[in-house]
Structures are given as C-alpha cells and as structure tokens.
Write a protein that binds this ligand. Structure first.
Ligand code: NDP
Length: 284
C-alpha cells in the first residue's frame, strides 16, 4: 500500500462499522491500481454524526460512504443532495466538491447492475416484480425498478403499514401487498427481491413460501452473509435464476471510488473471492 503525504483519503462512517466490507473492497482497488490513497473505517456514534460528517471537507477527505444508522442523517446535513438520494430518502455516498458535501445513493444503480449481470435475460418492461421489505434498501430497489420501466412493483413487508408508507411515497407503479398475501402474489411476478434483513446470519430467517413461484422468475437476495441464502437455495431448487447480494455490494462501491480516486475500478473474480473469504472468516 502506498500512502504519502499527498494521499487522497476516503472513509466509511457507521455505528457499528466493524462489519463493513467497504474498507476491504476499496483497499483492494487502491492496491490493484497502485493509487496513493487510503480508505478508513470511522466508527461514529449517532450523536456525533453531524460533527463528524461536516468535518469531512475540513479534514481533507475526498468523500465517504455512509452506512447504518446514518444514511438518512447524511441527507439532512449535506450541502447538495442528488435527486436519486432525495427520492430514496437516504444517501450512502458523499463526495467533497469545493469544500461542499454532495450526497448520492449508489444502491439503486448498484442493484440494477448486479441484476443485469446476474440475469442478462431480465426484461424489465414485461416483468412485474415483488420486493420484500420497506427499509432503505427496499426503497433503493423500488426506485431502481421503477426507473428501469418495470410495469408493476409490488411491495410486501412484515409490518404492513411500512410497505403502505413506501408505496405512498413512490406512487404508481408501486403497490402494497399485505404480508399475509405475499406467497399468492408470486404467481403474478417474474422478479422477486428480498430487500429485508431476514436471512442474515445470526438473525431471523425469511418466512417466504416459494410454492407458487414459476421457474422463469429471477430471485435476488440483497443479503450476502450467507452468500447463498435459504431463499436463493429454494429458488435454484425450483429452476429459477438466483442472484446473490454480493454483486450489488461491489457495484454500489464503484461510483464512490471513481469520484474519490479518479479511476473506474473493475469487479473481478479475485475481488469477489476476497470478499467471500472475509465473510467466511468472520463466521468462524
Ligand atoms: P432496514 O433496517 O432499514 O430494514 C429492514 C427490513 O427488514 C424492514 O423492512 C423489516 O421489516 C424487515 N425485516 C426485519 N426482520 C424481518 C423478518 N424476520 N422477516 C421479514 N422481514 C423482516 O435495513 P436496510 O433496508 O438498510 O437493509 C436490508 C437488508 O439489505 C440488510 O440485510 C442489508 O445488509 C441488505 N443490504 C444489502 C446491500 C447490498 O449491497 N447487497 C445494500 C443495502 C442493504 P419491518 O419494517 O417490519 O421491521
């Protein structure tokens, strides 16, 4: 790693932040491209977020990723908010430009890039989608699908009122489906996205019966720990195309790296393997 006094520096702000794979991903790209730069994890308590975030230009940072629980606060404290971040209601990337902080959300384009890579036959204009979840990740997925021209985006969430709220914000073609009705809605769609946190290692599993899924359905899980979730296993067993969450994680990182360090980084098998090895190591 080359870090001189002139190094460009970026960070990830989160609380906690130790689980973040962003330092690994950006560190890999800095090394691969022999860039004089650094990318550091910053554990920032919620009560310190405003001060820490606003200090980024003063400290000479090129920018930062913003992770939970700060994604909404970043929107409030930025100087400039990109339209996509405004629409989603959360920002995951900050770029320092002329001492001002601009924020954007790269989860939406990252999701689309991962989906089109993993399922090149996906036809947005002719395939309705069902999104599970109503948090920040689900909002990014819904925005991406609407912008891609998906004619109907069904949203189902454990807490029904939250799905209704999301749908109210986005309007048509988003439509809420009661949690109790989720399995029946499967026959209407050709894309299923788990944008909830269910299925994550150490947490509750996703209770989603796949009996009515048709083999033409593409199934995406945003959860990437484990890489192959029970949902993806079930989808593959029924002949569906399954797309894991690691692709989105890697794709969403590219725009920030390009903005901070000036190089368009590549997503290679070697990088994927490095992140997978890290996920496996952290599970013991
Ligand atoms: P939030 O905390 O904002 O939302 C969590 C969502 O999961 C809510 O909709 C919640 O429902 C739902 N949920 C929680 N427990 C269950 C359960 N047992 N069954 C069904 N639904 C449940 O998180 P985010 O939206 O930020 O992230 C969601 C997931 O997406 C996380 O696992 C995150 O790691 C992943 N993610 C992956 C990315 C990638 O690049 N691959 C990028 C961003 C996120 P309720 O509203 O009822 O509580």
């Amino acid at each position: 790693m080359i870090v001189s006094g002139r190094a460009k520096v970026a960070a990830v702000l989160g609380w906690p932040v130790a689980h973040s794979r962003s330092p690994l991903i950006h560190g890999y790209w800095l090394e691969t491209h022999a860039i004089d730069g650094a990318y550091v994890p910053l554990a920032v308590r919620p009560e310190h977020f405003t001060a820490a975030f606003r200090a980024l230009p003063k400290l000479g940072f090129a920018g930062a990723n913003i992770t939970a629980p700060h994604k909404e606060a970043a929107l409030r404290h930025a100087d400039v908010v990109d339209p996509i971040a405004r629409r989603i209601g959360a920002a995951n990337t900050a770029i320092v430009e002329d001492d001002r902080i601009r924020v954007t959300n790269t989860d939406a384009p990252g999701f689309l890039a991962s989906l089109t890579n993993g399922a090149p036959n996906w036809q947005p204009a002719t395939s309705a989608a069902l999104v599970i979840g109503a948090g920040g990740a689900a909002r990014a997925v819904v925005a991406a699908l609407i912008d891609a021209g998906v004619p109907e985006v069904l949203v189902s969430n454990l807490t029904d009122s939250r799905a209704a709220g999301l749908v109210r914000d986005f309007g048509r073609p988003a439509r809420a489906i009661a949690w109790a009705e989720r399995a029946g809605a499967l026959s209407q769609v050709r894309l299923l996205v788990n944008a909830s946190s269910a299925g994550l290692t150490g947490g509750p599993g996703l209770d989603f019966p796949l009996d009515r899924i048709v083999p033409e359905t593409i199934v995406v899980d945003l959860v990437y720990d484990p890489l192959v979730t029970p949902l993806l296993k079930g989808a593959r067993a029924r002949g569906c195309t399954a797309v894991d969450g690691l692709g989105m994680l890697l794709h969403q990182a590219r725009a920030g790296f390009k903005a901070w360090f000036g190089v368009e980084p590549a997503i290679t098998d070697a990088l994927r393997e490095r992140v997978i090895a890290d996920i496996e190591r952290s599970r013991g």
